[in-house]
Ligand binder design. Sequence first.
Ligand code: PHE
Length: 366
Amino acid sequence: LLSLGLTGCKSGGGDTIKVGEFASLTGKEATFGTSSHEGTLLAVEEINAAGGVLGKKIELLTEDDQTKAGEPANAVNKLISKDGVVAILGEVASSRSLEAAPICQQGGIPMISPASTNPSVTQVGDHIFRVCFTDTFQGGALANFATEKLNAKKVAVLTDTKSDYSKGLAKNFKEKYLKNGGQIVTELDFNGGDKDFKGQLTTIKNAAPDAIFLPGYYTDVALIAIQAKQLGISIPLFGGDGWESETLLTIGKEAMNGNYFSTHCAADQGTPKMTAFVDAYKKRFNGKTPDAMAVLGYDSAMVLADSIKRAGSTEGAKLRDAIAATKDYEGVSGKFSLNADRDAVKALVFIKIENGAFKYSATVNP
Ligand code: PHE
């Protein structure tokens, strides 16, 4: 019994608290994983500099899932079974969070997604949380934006069928937009990674919408915007948080100007917490401005540390209950509480792309 007490406990007994992270550090959505990782790392460094939690330092174990289906499962299996982590942080993309979540749930290891917005992610089970809003909220906000701000009576929708995020956001947008009295003139799709969108864009042009909704990720969106311009399409394009990456601008260039997207927060939104975070992040990462994934990565690690403190333990069920009790948390991304579905209830922001840069434009409260 004594020896069990000393050596039998995989994670609680060591000198550090092991936390796992899986992220797309390479591959098609590399900026998502790089950003969320940097935010997460900065949080862990700050926590450890302040003495750690429960008298121990946090040890962050990071796995690269390479933006590839199949890899999130490998990463999380390794982190849980081999490394003995007490909790998992990740992922940004919903499809990859959905792949890992059942493994965390079955292993009794809490998982906090920084940025996956598809509603089904946290529905996997009571160990799965997120520190971001869901696409039920984001899709509704985008529909109201199309109706009220763009004055669009008719919209075309172009969805990435490879992405749970894209399909879900398209569905949530559509429900609210139709309720608003809007009309969807054409609904088309593509496979993330496609290079030629001229066929779909020609159909869209002929359907004469007032705006095009693109619930996709930045690499595809940038190419779609360029090809739309080449076909003489000059109506606004708009989308959700999947647009957010500097790479959207480096690939899409002028074709991105005058378009809009919703996301979690903006570096220039002017809140004191954000301003302080931007300074700290720039200092740590060579002057780089943090994007929403960086902010949410930071908030996810901070919520976990706060929950470990309140639980007074890293034991799965206790930690799960403490995360679930997160209330009025003052995150860098804004103030939020986790609801009964383990989703954060919080505001979103709209960004306008102007002169090749992201400009904060408005906040929408839940
Ligand atoms: N919300 C997206 C998804 O669920 C991921 C994302 C978050 C992308 C934040 C950009 C910014 O797949």
